[in-house]
Design a protein. Structure first.
Lengths: 406, 472
């Protein structure tokens, strides 16, 4: 693995998201907790008695007017060279193209990835450059082209398999679980399967329940695969390149609403470590763990929190399997409070696993129960207003932090 | 398809009508390809295809065809452009029949008594190859019987035999080259045997000892060898078919003189992966051989409960794949069919479907007792009257390449080797505990290292509960 180059976290453009008018929402207070609990899920305790069950272990209370030590990091990366500005889907494409140039075994397969350029334009222009065979349009059968990718990988190619929407990869579950994850093991190491399975997932803008799946919940149990989620153009390109170079099968989760994020990324080549989390905003009071789109909701909430005098540490966990418990652990040991903000459903999501992992490993360092904000266990409604309320919003994050930091 | 030749219009335009209707796809190159497929010297097609082949004999260039058609149709009929090509209309309400009146004939070269059928077309086999084919069939039979008995005696945990399908296993393997990549289901150990996998190596995998290439992780008969281009058996049915298409795609990209070959049973053709893989292979023009061992039974499900088509061979046409039906118990026919199919697949970069008709003489596996759902008489008949070994043996003996003495020498030698292989494999140590956690990833991540530590700690505190034959 090459050295980690951690870029700065927050992107400049947050325009795709609704900016929450916090005046519209009820100001947090203990009496109205029961009302709010219908709108978001609080893990770890009964919301009504939440305040009273909090045990503050520290001797001195938190200073509510503490000024944040560091402002939100700007978009300029750690590199001193100028870099170039692009959108997230272009960053993915750039990473893919560079790897295809570098290694003739890398190929792409999926629906409409060829001359159409991909439904989200991630493979745009690649078919013209590399030909129809290396950027392969397939008929509609996810299990079949995922199986194809696995067979090609066992014969020496390095396929990048695109699911048009992550939800469609449910049809490929058999191949992913039984063959992709297992064949390296059951063959006694004789055959490797260096595939990358990628695609957009998550809740979009009124895409309907079937197109708003969060597959990371379903895949996280499969032994033998790695899962990463990108959230900025910088880590999108870095993770794409790292995933292609990895000998293990990697599932790269992109988000439908993040493709148009703009950022300046370095001109020189870099990759991101697949197993590392990203420190978005160092802080002292509380550790907020998140990934993918929720990172931006968290950062928006962080602005409000800073104004209210809190100093949250925001970590984009990036590696969903395995968790980067080293970075997470160091943070928990520093702040003693953890809030997980995810888009998965309450039951069986990444947050559920992360809560268990943190409780098991860092229980002694916690001053408060681990809190997890997730989506409800409902199929995503089509109605825009309802859809908004299935996703954790910045105001809810602010409330949760305030509760945890009492 | 029932043809309705109207006497009112000219018979030639009606034949064109049928041609257009059958050649639904449009681009010139597609039409050309289809016409080239049915050439005068090909075996005569049965039933409804005759008008087309007759027509093709009289046709010149595709360009001539379409301009001719345009002229004809301008006068009598309408031809409309649809996505996919021009389609002729018909005012008659006519359904394509669900099946042809006659079943697709089965290619065979040796009759039931092992005599060469006169005027049969087959690929000539040298004495050396023929003797190796027969010897390996005998070896496979003995290996299967001894492993099966070992399981019954409790020495092995599980086994699945290929009894009755030795010809498919060995003869198909003999027609391939070592560079052709194999994606098996689980009843094709003969292919590995042909390529040089030793009886000891088979036994090692079945006992899951430390010499097993799979490091003891899989159940018996789940062989795999990257050296011999035989991909590790994955128990899930038909998942190897898309994998094979992917491998064929890889070979196509590298322009290798090799193809992918995948095996599956009649039951496997019901899985979605079968249909998708065939479709993909056709669209991608991938050099892959789909070899279906239609042995009549999927555990207890007979083929009449598996599909309602005329077997598997007719399904190829639905995807635009050239197909053939072969007598799976005729080693010479299997060899010829696979040999020809392989050349076609690589030269023309296309998939080929081969349906090998045979019979599963053994039980589905050692967990099955097939007399519960079929008569012992049926099994016995196939084992005696249609035995693939005896038929081929008759043929090689008639060529003077085999004798009773060579037979008995071979059988006693193989039996001794097998029993020795069993004995050694049984005694060999199992792989150590560390192998439970390695190869999940290229490098064990921290959570797996932690979990291994936990297991070892548990073993230290409860050593009596840990199996004594697995080294730590």
């Amino acid at each position: 693995m090459s050295a980690i180059l951690q870029g700065a976290g927050a992107a400049t453009a947050l325009s795709p998201f609704n900016s929450i008018d916090s005046n519209k929402l009820v100001a947090p207070s203990r009496s109205s907790l029961s009302v709010r609990s219908k709108r978001y899920i609080v893990a770890g305790s009964d919301s009504k008695s939440f305040g009273s069950s909090l045990i503050v272990r520290r001797s001195e209370p938190l200073i509510p007017n503490a000024v944040a030590a560091k402002a939100d990091t700007a978009a300029s990366s750690t590199s001193s060279k100028p870099g170039h500005e692009l959108l997230l889907f272009e960053a993915l494409q750039e990473g893919l193209e560079e790897e295809m140039d570098r290694d003739p075994h890398v190929c792409v397969m999926g629906e409409d990835v060829g001359h159409y350029g991909g439904s989200y334009k991630v493979t745009k222009g690649l078919a013209d450059k590399f030909g129809d065979l290396r950027v392969l349009d397939t008929p509609i059968c996810e299990n079949a082209f995922t199986g194809m990718g696995i067979g090609a990988a066992m014969t020496g190619l390095r396929p990048v398999i695109e699911g048009m929407n992550m939800g469609f990869l449910l049809l490929a579950f058999n191949q992913i679980s039984n063959n992709c994850g297992m064949l390296h093991y059951t063959s006694g190491g004789q055959f490797t399967i260096p595939v990358v399975i990628r695609g957009p997932g998550g809740v979009g803008r009124q895409l309907g329940a079937e197109h708003s799946q969060r597959l990371e919940s379903y895949f996280q149990s499969i032994p033998g695969i790695q899962m990463v989620a990108c959230s900025t153009p910088y880590n999108a390109k870095g993770l794409m390149k790292a995933a292609i170079r990895s000998e293990n099968p990697v599932i790269l989760f992109e988000h439908v609403l993040l493709y148009n994020l703009k950022e300046t990324i370095p001109d020189e080549e870099y990759i991101c470590n697949l197993e590392e989390a990203e420190m978005v905003r160092p802080g002292e009071h509380i550790t907020i763990l998140t990934y993918s789109r929720m990172r931006y909701h968290v950062m928006q909430a962080a602005k409000t929190l800073v104004n209210k005098g809190y100093d949250p540490e925001v970590i984009d966990i990036r590696s969903l399997k395995p968790f980067d418990l080293y970075t997470i652990g160091n943070s928990v040991k520093k702040t003693h409070r953890v809030l997980i903000v995810e888009e998965c459903m309450r039951t069986g999501g990444i947050g559920a696993s992360l809560t268990a992992a943190i409780n098991e490993n860092f229980h002694d360092f916690l001053d408060a129960p681990v809190m997890c904000l997730s989506s409800q266990d409902v199929p995503t409604p089509y109605a825009g207003t309802l859809e908004e309320w299935t996703v954790v919003q910045p105001a809810q994050i602010v409330t949760a932090v305030e509760q945890l930091c009492q | 398809m029932a043809l309705h030749l109207r006497s009112s219009s000219s018979s030639k335009s009606t034949l064109l009508n049928i041609l257009r209707h059958n050649l639904g796809f449009g681009s010139r190159s597609h039409v050309t390809r289809h016409i080239r497929q049915i050439l005068p010297h090909d075996p005569p097609l049965r039933g409804s295809q005759n008008p087309i082949s007759r027509l093709c004999n009289t046709m010149a260039e595709p360009e001539t065809l379409s301009s001719f058609v345009q002229h004809e149709y301008a006068n009598n009929h309408q031809v409309m452009d649809f996505p996919g090509g021009k389609v002729a209309f018909t005012p008659e309400i006519q359904f394509i029949s669900e099946s042809d009146k006659e079943r697709v004939p089965c290619y065979r070269v040796l009759d039931d008594n092992g005599q060469l059928i006169t005027n049969s077309q087959f690929v000539q086999v040298s004495e050396e190859v023929a003797v190796k084919i027969y010897s390996d069939m005998v070896t496979l039979q003995i290996m299967d019987n001894i492993f099966y008995e070992a399981q019954r005696q409790g020495r092995l945990s599980f086994y699945a035999t290929a009894i009755g399908e030795e010809a498919i296993n060995i003869a198909s393997a003999a027609a391939l080259t070592p560079q052709d990549v194999i994606f098996p289901q689980y009843r094709e150990p003969g292919v590995l045997l042909w390529r040089g996998f030793t009886l000891q190596e088979f036994a090692n995998q079945c006992f899951g000892n430390k010499s097993d290439y799979g490091k003891g992780r899989q159940m018996p008969v789940h062989y795999g060898s990257n050296k011999l281009n035989y991909f590790t058996v994955s128990a899930t049915i038909a998942t190897q078919l898309p994998n094979a298409v992917g491998a064929a795609y890889s070979l196509k990209m590298d322009k290798k003189d090799a193809c992918a070959v995948t095996y599956f049973g009649d039951g496997g053709t019901s899985e979605g992966d079968f249909h998708a893989a065939l479709n993909f292979a056709a669209v991608m023009e991938a050099p892959v051989l789909f070899i279906c061992r239609n042995n009549g039974w999927a555990i207890s499900t007979p083929t009449s409960d598996q599909f309602r088509s005329d077997g598997v061979v007719v399904k190829g046409r639905a995807y635009g794949i050239r197909s053939i039906r072969v007598d799976g118990n005729d080693a010479l026919a299997m060899y010829s069919a696979v040999h020809t199919a392989r050349e076609m697949a690589i030269r023309e970069q296309r998939p080929i479907l081969i349906e090998a008709l045979t019979y599963r003489v053994g039980h589905h596996s050692t967990s099955d007792d097939s007399t519960r759902y079929r008569s012992a008489g049926e099994i016995e008949w196939w084992n005696k009257a249609r035995n693939p070994l005896s038929r081929f043996r008759t043929w090689i003996e008639s060529n003077g390449w085999w004798s009773d003495k060579t037979e008995s020498d071979l059988r006693s030698r193989i039996k001794k080797e097998m029993l020795e292989a069993l004995r050694v494999a049984e005694k060999t140590e199992k792989p150590n505990l560390q192998n439970m956690f390695s190869d999940v990833y290229d490098v064990p991540p921290s959570n797996l290292r932690e979990q291994e530590l936990l297991v070892r700690q548990t073993i230290n505190s409860h050593p009596q509960d840990y199996p004594s034959d697995v080294p730590l």
